[in-house]
Ligand binder design. Structure first.
Ligand SMILES: NC(=O)c1ccc[n+]([C@@H]2O[C@H](COP(=O)([O-])OP(=O)(O)OC[C@H]3O[C@@H](n4cnc5c(N)ncnc54)[C@H](OP(=O)(O)O)[C@@H]3O)[C@@H](O)[C@H]2O)c1
Length: 246
């Protein structure tokens, strides 16, 4: 007995915009897309870092451009997609991965830290989706993957802004998914548990790095979503270390 074959999405030649691509999960995701034959647009704030990653890909024969971008800034995000269209004429995949955390109890938490966390984890997702959608509408296809966090579902002390931002981004993702459906745009939230990256550099109390996920684990989840069979949508994936919440 044989199952009927189903057509899966191929990533060869697809144009993938990845934010926060200079290190950590975003950089690992860029490697995973490059291996799958995608063309890359890499964004992060620090020009040298993101340009070095793109240059290393180009040396390997991978089509990759770096566009230094602060994804909290509307003009910068507009330029990111303008450069993408000038270079590749389309946007097939957007991975909203850039984000940062600031932590502390509510009573001590600075309002400017609140704004920074909300802007980098929530506003950024809105701005990038908003600027990717016109091309995806015109093409009649697209995939948007929002790398959120288990903090979108679970609450952690001293993490009010981060939890609120990620929960807000999850709610936003669900609305985007509904708006995208009629245009054949598939939208997925990826919720990782702890991942061993520079995200933890400034956090003095943290779980055991040895027990955390590697960035490549999350990258694998992102790319596997983008390879999902045609005719289905994956709304949400939770990717956890084997021991769960650490
Ligand atoms: N590490 C974890 O345990 C963990 C767990 C769950 C979810 N996440 C989420 O996964 C995503 C990636 O985290 P990571 O662990 O890979 O962090 P990371 O190692 O600190 O990397 C963050 C990346 O985002 C960029 N970035 C930060 N703010 C930006 C901004 N405003 N505009 C553009 N780029 C910006 C950084 O480059 P520049 O600084 O040069 O801009 C860098 O490329 C984040 O959304 C994070 O919340 C992380």
């Amino acid at each position: 007995m044989r199952y009927p074959a189903i057509e899966v999405e191929t990533l060869a030649g697809k144009v993938a915009v990845i934010t926060g691509a200079s290190r950590g999960i975003g950089k690992a995701t860029a490697f995973a897309f490059a291996e799958a034959g995608a063309k890359l647009v890499l964004a992060a704030r620090t020009p040298d870092d993101v340009e070095n990653v793109a240059a290393a890909f180009r040396q390997e024969g991978v089509a990759a451009i770096a566009v230094p971008t602060d994804v909290t800034q509307v003009d910068a995000v507009a330029r990111l997609f303008q450069r993408t269209l000038e270079t590749y004429q389309r946007v097939d995949i957007l991975v909203n991965n850039a984000g940062s955390g600031r932590f502390g109890p509510v009573v001590d938490f600075a309002p400017e830290d609140w704004d920074s966390v909300l802007d980098s984890n929530l506003k950024s997702v809105f701005l990038c989706a908003k600027h990717a959608l016109p091309s995806m509408f015109a093409q009649g296809s697209g995939q948007i993957i929002n790398v959120l966090s288990i903090a979108a579902r679970e609450s952690f002390p001293a993490s009010s802004a981060y939890c609120a931002a990620k929960a807000g981004a999850l709610a936003f993702t669900k609305v985007l998914a509904k708006e995208g459906r009629q245009h054949n745009i598939r939208v997925t939230a990826v919720l990782p548990g702890s991942v061993h990256t520079s995200f933890w550099d400034e956090i003095s109390v943290h779980p055991d790095f040895e027990q955390m996920l590697k960035p490549e684990h999350v990258a694998e989840a992102v790319v596997s979503v983008c390879r999902q069979p045609l005719g289905m949508v994956t709304d949400e994936i939770v990717v956890m270390p084997p021991l769960g919440i650490l």
